[in-house]
Write a protein that binds this ligand. Structure first.
Ligand code: CDT
Length: 312
């Protein structure tokens, strides 16, 4: 039986600070319907898809901060997306800001969920590699305060067997780190799903702003090739509250080739027919981990966090 799955990246254009959740959810549903009309059975939405990219602003008022977070998923405003996806028989990835009450403590994460075709949440991922800074830098027109608003994810990089595929998730900056893909590769991942908000100029590396699109694809293509899996990267793109967000949503094959690419900076669906059995080519040969990895030489990867020069 063919394991070809039509997958969609549902890129969105900007979401304004004043856009209501129901209005954003209506946009996501329109994209979901378009993807379904093109045969997609799995749709990937962006990181923090329900709101504007609020970590660009320093905020101190707790109620204002909490207004960007979801306390339940689905909640009354997001349930229509779940219901429509279930009606259409389409699974999806959705990024959002999660407020969780755990062991008597309020915790905030940059989260993505995997929802199966029956509308059940089958996977939850909390962003591990939080970029930016936590201190107030008021001289900048835009900041990148993910380290202030979120805790690092506490769930690792699981892979779920769902929809006849081995599926993993990560979020935005995670895509730049080879460890992200390799931990999932070691669980035989076939599809890595991720959403992103990549502001240009970057607060970290303005020297490389002209290379933002290149670095995006470089990271996604390397992750796919070196771990013999498909990667779906979905942007929130365009001029959002005066900040420019990178577009370039794409679907990458296990060969590392881009097989679908968004052409706009707005709401746009791209699809690819992903033959999941193609993953086996490199999983059995060049990247047959069991045959070729030499873990005795990789200890520094988990023992040391920051780089240190050689002794002497
Ligand atoms: N959202 C997110 O993770 N954005 C980062 C920007 C890094 S610059 C602080 C990214 O990797 O695209």
């Amino acid at each position: 039986m063919s394991r070809t799955l039509i997958v969609a990246a549902a890129q969105t254009g900007p979401v304004a600070r004043g856009d209501s959740r129901p209005a954003v959810v209506r946009r996501l549903i329109a994209l979901l319907r378009e993807a379904h009309g093109r045969g997609a059975r799995l749709v990937v939405f962006p990181e923090l898809a329900l709101t504007t990219f609020f970590p660009r602003w320093w905020m101190e008022d707790a109620a204002e901060i909490d207004s960007f977070f979801e306390r339940e998923m689905p909640g009354p405003e997001t349930r229509p997306l779940f219901e429509e996806a279930q009606r259409l028989g389409v699974g999806f990835y959705l990024g959002y800001a999660e407020l969780a009450e755990q062991a008597g403590r309020t915790r905030r994460f940059n989260t993505a969920i995997l929802v199966d075709r029956a509308g059940r949440i089958v996977g939850r991922y909390r962003k591990v590699h939080l970029p930016g800074h936590r201190d107030h830098l008021p001289d900048r027109p835009y900041q990148h305060l993910e380290k202030k608003y979120f805790e690092p994810g506490d769930l690792g990089f699981p892979v779920w067997r769902s929809m006849n595929a081995n599926i993993g998730m990560c979020i935005c900056n995670d895509r730049r780190w080879p460890e992200t893909y390799r931990v999932m590769g070691l669980q035989d991942v076939e599809l890595v799903l991720l959403g992103y908000n990549t502001p240009i100029p970057s607060v970290m590396t303005p020297q490389y702003d002209h290379l933002a699109a290149f670095h995006n694809h470089l990271s996604l293509q390397a992750g796919a090739y070196q771990n013999a899996c498909f990667v779906v990267g979905t942007a929130k793109a365009g001029q959002e509250e005066g900040s420019n967000l990178l577009a370039g949503s794409c679907i990458i094959a296990p060969s590392g080739e881009i097989v679908a690419l968004a052409a706009s900076k707005g709401d746009e669906v791209i699809t690819a027919a992903c033959d999941l059995d193609l993953c086996a080519i490199n999983k059995r040969t060049t990247f047959n981990f069991a045959a070729h990895r030499r873990v005795e030489h990789y200890r520094l990867i988990t023992e040391r966090t920051g780089a240190a020069p050689p002794a002497g």
